[in-house]
Design a protein around this ligand. Sequence first.
Ligand code: NAD
Length: 253
Amino acid sequence: MPHPAIIKDNVAVITGGASGIGLAAAMAFARAGMKVCIADVDQGRLAEAATKLSSVAPATNVMTFAVDVSKAESVAELERAVRERFGGTDVLMNNAGIQPGSTLFGERDNWQRIIGVNMWGVINGSRIFATSMIARGRAGLVINTGSKQGITTPPGDPAYNVSKAGVKAFTEALQHELRHTKDCRISAHLLIPGFVFTGLTAKGRTEKPAGAWTPEQTVDFMIARLEAGDFYILCPDNDVPRALDEKRMLWAA
Ligand code: NAD
């Protein structure tokens, strides 16, 4: 059965919606008959993505918005624009993310940028949209894109790990709050993709490496698990338990 929020004429907003997992989600929501707003910092990609979306949805159901999720004012403008155009939001996917690489003692600006986009982006989106979604009083979803690196925190990219650990902690707090808000029919969910072949992970490759998922596979899995009511949407190619075991053994040695 389709999730009660993912239905024809409902409204989905996807940050980082101009490419990769975000665009695949936008395409899937549009195919379900939803009105879709893709919001992204990359305006060139936004225009290309809108053309793609117009192959599966009428132009009146598609909106694009230039946003920088790290800035609360920019996210507030997005929320207002969606409300003016479509009447409100039913599904919010806080998905924008970057992974430029970091070192523990490397530049503070780089840390701030990574945490600004990945973690503050999710916090800004959730706080601003959930407030108006609760007031709207309908069934709704807030889907935040985390990462297994926010759970297993492998060595090598500490700022990304910290940002995604923050996404996990924030989303857990959000779900707790929503569950304890009177008459609230909105739930929060944490998407933990595996290795998905996108611009973020391609690193010069043009062919999908064996074992990597496509963004579309990830989104199909996500929608099925949303319908099942999962809070943690842990894509099955993840090796979270094994990674945690390895770390435990490493630190015990
Ligand atoms: P992607 O690079 O294709 O998509 C990310 C999008 O976010 C881009 O369109 C980019 O322009 C946008 N973006 C970047 N900074 C922004 C900002 N400040 N404001 C608004 N938009 C901004 O990569 P993807 O793999 O589709 O990543 C989507 C999410 O999935 C990210 O949060 C990423 O960390 C997460 N993730 C990806 C993988 C993977 O294997 N690809 C694994 C785990 C988690």
